[in-house]
Design a binder for this molecule. Structure first.
Ligand code: KIV
Ligand code: NA
Length: 270
């Protein structure tokens, strides 16, 4: 990944939460998958990532791994699972790696988590940092807003990013950071930055699967997202049509049924 940065090749990352999303993303040629704790919002229906547990992350990581055996998988450490003692942190990391089959973990925070990052890296597990808007601290930050707007905030973000690099992180996610500050961090680090709402100067980009595909029933456009497909509407349309056809007796039709004298009775396909 450092090599891609040196060569100026942009890194691509998308979230995945289950077998089909992982499989489709791998087939589409994404560089890395993130089993994000955003699954709390987009898959489990919570209104933040705070309720997500290690069990949730393990369960979803295993499914992603089965769908994408040839892609580098990073799994989020959920809320409050890396803030106790080092022993407890490593126990949680072990579960993500051994039971979830991830290749790396991601953690939110700057200098304050660098001791944990160092211990995890020393144990042989690659760590992806995550600074800027860190959704696990939303109750402290007081909402989802852009980071790095004033001088002091900008300086802190740059110092946090450098501290994560020193602690051994292999990259840093920058979420909702001004383009200027994100570009400055990207220049100062030798490890890649992966931006989400952090502008054009980052070494790579990450987006949430459901945002890229408009995979939601009440999707609200976000400025930093580009929707590349609209599957939410397509799913609703398909299911509505299925319901209508069953009600009207149009489905199943004669081509969908089986008879004792069929020539190929044992095949479900074709
Ligand atoms: O959980 C997630 O999807 C994330 C990305 C937004 C970076 O952490
Ligand atoms: Na996350």
């Amino acid at each position: 990944m450092k090599k891609m940065k040196q060569d100026g090749e942009k890194l691509t990352m998308i979230t995945a939460y289950d077998y089909p999303s992982a499989r489709l993303a791998e087939e589409a040629g994404v560089d890395m998958l993130l089993v994000g704790d955003s699954l709390g919002n987009v898959v489990l229906g919570y209104d933040s990532t705070v309720p997500v547990t290690i069990d949730d992350m393990v369960y979803h990581s295993r499914a992603v791994k089965r769908g994408a055996e040839h892609t580098f998988i990073v799994t989020d450490m959920p809320f409050m699972t890396y803030h106790g003692g080092i022993d407890e942190t490593l126990k949680n990391v072990r579960r993500i790696m051994q039971e979830g089959h991830a290749h790396a973990v991601k953690m939110e925070g700057g200098m304050e988590i660098c001791l944990a990052v160092e211990s995890i890296v020393k144990s042989g597990v690659p760590v992806l940092g995550h600074i800027g808007l860190t959704p696990q601290s939303v109750n402290q930050i007081g909402g989802y807003r852009i980071q790095g707007k004033d001088e002091q905030d900008a300086r802190r973000l740059i110092e946090d990013a450098k501290a994560l690099e020193r602690a051994g992180a292999f990259g840093v996610v920058l979420e909702l950071v001004t383009e200027e500050v994100a570009a400055e961090i990207s220049r100062q680090l030798s490890i890649p930055t992966i931006g989400i709402g952090a502008g054009r100067g980052c070494d790579g980009q990450v987006l949430v699967y459901h945002d890229v595909l408009k995979y939601d029933s009440d999707y609200r456009e976000k400025r930093f997202v580009k929707t590349f497909a609209d599957i939410g509407n397509e799913i609703r349309r398909g299911i509505r049509e299925y319901v209508q056809e069953v009600k009207s007796g149009q489905f199943p039709g004669k081509e969908h049924v089986f008879h004792a004298d069929d020539s190929v009775v044992d095949s479900l396909y074709g």
